[in-house]
Design a protein around this ligand. Structure first.
Ligand code: UD1
Length: 387
């Protein structure tokens, strides 16, 4: 281990990008990954000619041209645009909330009619709102979109996904969903959107292949089985696991939400007619059903693969998916972040679990770029693609 410059804990996007960029600067990294493969939760595999996202739908979407140019060095992206359909007790609606949804819900045909409907529902439900900011997800949702849509398309889905009442969730979660007064079902507002043809894993395999032999990966290797030895041997560490676990939970356990996926191969050319269908009632135990062939339009004849996504409580032996960024956890996280700054300047904490943030993929890429810039003192305009 003497000639490694970096120990990297976790072979997800953050760790892989850092290792690749370090290699371009002649620095050698050892990556330890507890799972049997790289790519973290973006991991994909191909079956019956269909690329399956093993940890839920990953749609790359961004406004950041640097990120978009960068990621496309490692794969070809298709022109997929996410257009989600919601099923509420057997009735279908278009998402995100737009003129199609309003027409289906109320029969309104113009933006003014839809706005009047929303305004009336908002005023009736939120009598004490006045000029203050919405205090929680329920208030935020009703003030954006009114009570009908909140009750049918938001409440059940959100409470299933997060395992708690919408009144106990932060408002910012729902702010991410577009509300549009045009007939446009694109789930995202970003300029660039797509899925890598053949899946995400190849992106990180290609990074490794282009690292001049300066990146070694040990899969099936849990950092915590060797923590003291590894920290003693490596002067510089990038850690992308759960920050509370790193500090042995000394300020308390951070909460996460977990997911369970049920994959099914079906003898059909086309099972549900869309990539993603959300089940927005409280009773259906899953939140959404993905049909993978519709993400990139290729497959064996007569076969399709469908995945149901079930939210579940998190405990230490389950995968942590979503950080629960409410006040309580934010306070706990701050203590860990401060401990890291004060006592471990030699360790970089990064990624969704290391930073305890509800990150999109493009945000992880951007954050990794910033870490690389800082680590190697690179100016802001630095162009990764042509270094
Ligand atoms: C979200 C982001 C995605 C990002 C990912 C990173 C949105 C819309 N999606 O996906 O861009 O890459 O996190 O982890 O921001 N909601 C409803 N009813 C619905 C669908 C959504 O109420 O039918 C609300 C819920 O409160 C939900 C929130 O919108 O928690 C986010 O929606 P969802 O698309 O399920 O989030 P993710 O899949 O986590």
């Amino acid at each position: 281990t003497k000639n490694y410059d970096y120990l990297i804990v976790g072979a997800g996007p953050f760790g892989m990008i850092f290792a690749y960029e370090a290699a371009k600067r002649g620095k050698k990294s050892l990556i330890v990954e507890k799972r049997p493969y790289i790519a973290g939760n973006t991991h994909t595999h191909t079956e019956h000619g269909i690329t399956v996202h093993d940890f839920g739908a990953h749609i790359f979407h961004t406004d950041n041209k640097e990120v978009w140019d960068y990621v496309r060095q490692f794969a070809n992206f298709n022109g997929f645009q996410n257009q989600v359909v919601a099923n509420y007790q057997g009735t279908l609606y278009n998402l995100p909330f737009n003129m199609n949804t309003f027409y289906q819900m109320w029969g309104t045909k113009t933006p003014d009619e839809a706005k009047a409907k929303i305004e009336a529902q908002k005023t009736a439900a939120l009598t004490d709102l006045g000029d203050r900011q919405p205090r929680n997800l329920e208030e935020q949702a009703i003030s954006l979109i009114g009570t009908d849509i909140y009750e049918k398309l938001i409440k059940g889905y959100t409470e299933k996904q997060w395992g708690r009442k919408a009144t106990e969730l932060p408002a910012f979660i729902i702010k991410r969903l577009p509300v549009r007064f045009i007939y446009d079902n694109n789930y995202f507002n970003h300029r660039y959107q797509g899925i890598p043809v053949g899946g995400y894993t190849q992106i990180f395999e290609n990074m490794l292949a282009q690292s001049n032999g300066l990146v070694d990966v040990l899969t099936d290797t849990d950092f915590f089985d060797h923590k003291e030895t590894l920290l003693a041997e490596f002067p510089r560490v990038l850690y992308t696991g759960m920050i509370d676990q790193f500090f042995d939970y000394q300020f308390g356990e951070l909460e996460y939400r977990s997911l369970r996926f049920e994959h099914q191969v079906i003898d059909s050319d086309n099972y549900q007619g869309n990539a993603v269908i959300n089940y927005t009632d409280a009773e259906t135990p899953y939140t959404r059903v993905m049909e993978w062939k519709h993400f990139d339009g290729v497959s064996d004849q007569g076969k399709t693969i469908v995945t149901k996504e079930y939210p579940q409580a998190w405990s230490r032996e389950k995968e942590a998916y979503y950080p629960v960024n409410d006040d309580k956890n934010t306070q706990i996280y701050k203590q860990y972040a401060q401990e890291a700054r004060k006592h471990h300047p030699e360790i970089i904490f990064g990624g969704r679990l290391g930073k305890y943030r509800y990150f999109d993929m493009d945000q992880v890429f951007n954050d990794a770029f910033n870490t690389v810039r800082e680590e190697f003192s690179i100016a802001q305009e630095f162009n990764f693609a042509h270094d």
